[in-house]
Design a protein around this ligand. Structure first.
Ligand code: NAP
Length: 334
């Protein structure tokens, strides 16, 4: 099946509307990962028509970027690399830092780890309440003018923050949590993107695996896997979410001959100027790509999906647990 693509201002190549998410490939917060399998997954994504690879320095404290750089050796020009900036991790504790000084250090680290001379899409990972948008945006714009980055994006920003940022630098994309179970951006970011022309990179497309259709009430997570404390994965909520997955799977099979996984990805693609970021760390996890492409959900499908969600999920909870803290205020700032 032919990959669907979208244009991102500043990036010459059409960008695949399914992007590979490489957070789990970094290992930490996902109970560890196997590097050979990670490299094979990135190669498999590229062979399947995905050219957008989304990573971040914070994913495994540089490890995810290193694996992306390794996997793209020899095929880097065919890829659209999206990475991020503005988190730091003193003592292994991740927190926000969007100062110009931090950006100047991080860009060189990321270019080295990714084994490239340019980053296609450079995204501010989380807004930093201690730094003016002007400072962050102007520093990124400097990098864009130098050719070290081709396009600027933000992540986890509200429209009001994006408006402030846009006064100082062009904003091509916004990356936000978005999937069948996490729909907060429909109230603000998505309509804002539709009017400003920004592309929305929807993260957690499978709701951390829930929407793969392969999870059960007794699926166990090892080591530091974040799903051990993700509120959706705790009972009794988990039971409700799994019941919704089952109902959606039945609906997808009966109505379209698809699985819930294909439905979940298709649903994101049908919501507007979106890219679905699909996290995977084993090549076989990407087998369902084709099934998500080349068809569309009808208005009546969308209504029935919403009805199924309302029927099963009576106590919804969002992805807020993932937000990293800001740095502590200095005495002068208090
Ligand atoms: P996701 O895409 O919703 O879920 C990924 C997980 O789902 C995989 O690690 C895998 O879990 C499971 N999975 C994937 N395909 C599967 C299949 N075919 N069958 C069974 N299980 C499958 O979650 P995500 O990785 O958190 O989100 C996607 C990407 O968005 C990230 O990798 C990252 O690039 C980005 N992201 C960005 C932010 C941000 O703040 N900007 C935050 C979160 C994520 P197992 O490997 O454990 O089986």
């Amino acid at each position: 099946m032919r990959m669907e693509t979208i244009r991102i201002e500043g990036i010459a190549a059409p960008v695949s509307r399914i992007g590979l998410g490489t957070w789990a490939i970094g290992g930490s917060m996902w109970g560890g990962s196997d590097d050979a399998s990670s490299v094979a997954t990135i190669r498999q994504a590229m062979d399947s028509g995905i050219n957008l690879i989304d990573t971040a320095p914070a994913y495994g404290f540089g490890h995810s970027e290193e694996i992306v750089g390794k996997a793209l050796l020899g095929i880097r020009d065919q890829a659209v690399i999206a990475t991020k900036v503005a988190l730091e991790w003193p003592g292994g504790k991740v927190r926000r830092n969007a100062t110009a000084a931090r950006i100047r250090v991080e860009i060189e680290d990321s270019l080295r780890r990714l084994r490239t001379d340019r980053i296609d899409l450079y995204q501010v990972h989380w807004p930093d309440p201690l730094v003016r948008h002007e400072e962050t945006a102007l520093e990124l714009e400097k990098l864009r003018r130098q050719g070290k980055i081709l396009a600027i994006g933000v992540s986890n920003y509200a429209p009001a923050e994006m408006e402030k940022f846009r006064r100082f630098a062009p904003l091509a994309t916004v990356q936000s949590p978005y999937n069948l179970f996490e729909r907060g951006i429909e109230q603000n970011v998505l309509p804002h993107a539709r009017t400003t022309g920004a592309t929305v990179l929807a993260y957690g497309a499978l709701c951390r695996g829930l929407l793969s259709g392969r999870m059960h009430a007794d699926t166990a997570f090892g080591g530091d896997d974040l799903r051990k404390f993700d509120p959706k994965f705790q009972q009794p909520r988990l039971r409700h979410y799994l019941a919704a997955v089952q109902a959606l799977d039945r609906f997808a099979r009966e109505r379209h001959g698809k699985t819930v996984l294909a439905l979940a990805v298709r649903w994101i693609l049908d919501q507007g100027p979106t890219i679905a970021l699909w996290g995977a760390r084993r090549p076989e996890q990407l087998q369902g790509i084709d099934a998500a492409l080349g068809w569309k959900l009808r208005a009546t499908d969308l209504e029935q999906i919403d009805a199924l969600l309302a029927q099963h999920i009576t106590d919804p909870v969002g992805p807020e647990f993932m937000a990293p803290p800001a740095r502590p205020l200095t005495l002068e700032q208090q």
